[in-house]
Every structure is written in C-alpha cells, then in structure tokens.
Design a protein around this ligand. Structure first.
Ligand code: HEC
Length: 126
C-alpha cells in the first residue's frame, strides 16, 4: 500500500514538473501586446469594412494576406509604406473593382501609437 501511495506521489510530482517546467511544448505563444493593441484598433475602426477572411468583401476588400499583397501593390513602396499610405491617403491607390469610399481622417483620429500598432498588426497578415 505504501508503495502505491509513494508511486502516486511520484507520478503527481512528475506530471506537475512536466507541465510547469521549461521551454518545450508551449502550444500558444504569448501574443505581442503591441500587435494585440493593433488588432483592437482594427476591430474598432476597420472591421466594419474589412474582413480578415480571404475573399470576403464587406465594403472594402478582405485584408487577408495584406502583408504579402502590399509588397507589390505599388512599385517602389514597401509593404509598410503601402499599408500606411492606404490608411492615411486611401485615394492615392484605389484597389481595382472598389470605390474610393474609405474614410480619410484616420490620420487625425488615431494616435501615433494606435497607428503604429495597427500597421504592425496588418504586417502580420501574410
Ligand atoms: C467605410 C469603409 C472602410 C473603412 C471604415 C476602412 N476601409 Fe480600408 N478600404 C475601403 C475600401 C472601399 C477600399 C478599396 C478602395 C481603396 O483602395 O481605397 C479600402 C482599401 C484598403 C486597403 C488597401 C487594400 C489592398 O488590398 O490594397 C487597406 C490596407 C485598408 N483599406 C486598410 C484599412 C484600415 C487599416 C482601416 C481602419 C483604420 C480601414 N481600411 C477602414 C473601405 C474602408
């Protein structure tokens, strides 16, 4: 009997150390708080018109894969520059098949930090 109890204790201890210990097997990496903030800005200001699911048009185009498409949208512009300009001056490049109805005063409404977080979030949409 004592043996069984000792075994149980040992097993519990092993399981506990397996769960709490060390680097391996972390299923969900802790999200970067800056990116999380950017996603919150997106949800509050952009999600009314933009889906993050591919091929889904709300009013604007889906932004799924934006970080990749943004690389080649306008020659000479990096993905980051294109995304920033798309928000600050949406009329400058209008996606084919869409009207230029995107709100143009985000630059004034969003703080610099919100804007940077938003762009950082959008750059994760590869
Ligand atoms: C009133 C609806 C509306 C809102 C709100 C809106 N957009 Fe848009 N957006 C559009 C439309 C329509 C287009 C396509 C026409 C164009 O390129 O301007 C577009 C285009 C874009 C593009 C270019 C996409 C591409 O494939 O090249 C980006 C990036 C973008 N929007 C980001 C944003 C972000 C970020 C926000 C929030 C700060 C936002 N939009 C808010 C309607 C909207």
């Amino acid at each position: 009997m004592k043996k069984i109890i000792a075994l149980l204790i040992l097993l519990t201890a092993l399981t506990l150390t397996a769960c709490s210990g060390g680097a391996p097997a972390q299923p969900t990496p802790t999200p970067d708080p800056f990116i999380v903030k950017g996603q919150q800005v997106f949800n509050a200001r952009c999600a009314t018109c933009h889906a993050l699911v591919p091929d889904t048009i709300i009013i604007g185009p889906s932004l799924a894969g934006l970080a990749t498409t943004a690389e080649t949208r306008v020659s000479g512009q990096t993905a980051e520059e294109y995304i920033l300009l798309s928000i600050m001056r949406p009329g400058e490049y209008v996606v084919e098949g869409f009207n230029n109805v995107m709100i143009t005063n985000f630059a004034m409404e969003l703080t610099n930090e919100d804007m940077n977080a938003l762009v950082a979030f959008l750059l994760t949409l590869k």
